[in-house]
Design a protein around this ligand. Sequence first.
Ligand SMILES: Cc1ncc(COP(=O)(O)O)c(C=O)c1O
Length: 455
Amino acid sequence: MEIKKVFLNQSDMPRQWYNIAADMSTPMQPPLHPGTGQPIGPDDLAPIFPMNLIEQEVSTQRWIDIPDEVLNILAIWRPSPLTRAYNLEKYLGTPAKIYFKDESVSPSGSHKPNTAVAQAYYNKVFGIKRIATETGAGQWGSSLAMATQLFGLELKVYMVRVSFEQKPYRKILMRTWGAECVASPSQDTNFGRKMLAKYPDTPGSLGIAISEAIEDTVTSKDTRYALGSVLNHVMLHQTIIGLEAQKQFEYLGTYPDIVIGCVGGGSNFAGVSFPFIRDKIYGKNVRIIGVEPSACPTLTKGTFLYDFGDTAATTPLLPMHTLGHNFIPKPFHAGGLRYHGMAPLVSQLLLDNLIEPQAYSQVKTYEAGLAFARSEGIVPAPETNHAIAAVFHEALKCKEEGVAKTILFNLSGHGIMDLTGYDSYLDNKLVDYEMPAEEIAEALKELESYPKPKV
Ligand SMILES: Cc1ncc(COP(=O)(O)O)c(C=O)c1O
């Protein structure tokens, strides 16, 4: 029998997260206060996040202990398996060896609970009673709903309207885990009401939903905000994925030539790749590829600038690749990748030439996702299909060149609750969107007067 999956023992679970800020040759540039243009300090963030998470956000300590209370909950599904995609290799006729880290085995079906559990824990020990958040596809909202329920916290989720309408089962899942979920823009915040008055038919965006969740946070008692991606501490919590994968490759006695993840705000990509990027910084020959939709091409067509994380311009200014905080992407199916910005850590790694971006159109990603489902059995999330499209590209290149590279990709989630896109694909109704250069230039105009980061 072929060895298909590598499981680690629970006793082999990593006990520390890896903080890449400790190993980057270019120090991270600080977030800025939008009013003064000056670097913001931990106290400026205190109304939004608990101080223990702010400390992680600004930390440059290489290894950070994972609390036992967090490990005990992660152990519900971790360590996640490393799986060899033999059937996909056969389907592609490639000599490449394709492995995937299967984050779809978590209770909510994606990598998001890795940070949701940690964030709920740190809020709880800081004495917070209620969390407000946004969600795109609903993966983050449902993951945080599970985590807040397990730690006895209340949760309100602002869900991007297009996903709220396309993905009813995610709402039910959030309610099942005890959270309240509303479509964003909503009637529940000043900013939501303003957006609805101005754009009654808007599909919403992550930027708008973040604005609503932040407004809720600063106007409610004992409430803090939680973000499912973009920030340094979220990237940190996700590194358990790559750290486990390294142990699994060690067991196999091999090492990947290429590591691939899809990028929305950057967290599952960071999770699988940062430990491998550390090896690359210290001399290992490994390619790291982040994959995005061509309809929201933050890394491939965005510019590295200071920009707001949300549409209402309430967050600090972050140094990141951005399409402009006013950019509302077309309503394509990978809801979790519809974000105008990119994690500052991922953005800096691109400037430092440690990662390569690729962009694929929606139809191409579903083509790859469907072939994966039909060869490996697992139906991937629409976001994950972007990573799989890049795996196809690299594996077919191996075939052309006759080389047997080892490819690792992160199966960031399953698509069992996101089947509408597959339905459209199978009915030949899926539409591709390219973002025109003029539209990007227009969206970035407003940023001309902002302070500029060093490039
Ligand atoms: C399954 C899945 N993969 C990827 C993403 C993209 O987010 P990130 O770039 O933070 O991993 C999401 C976001 O909702 C998701 O649900």
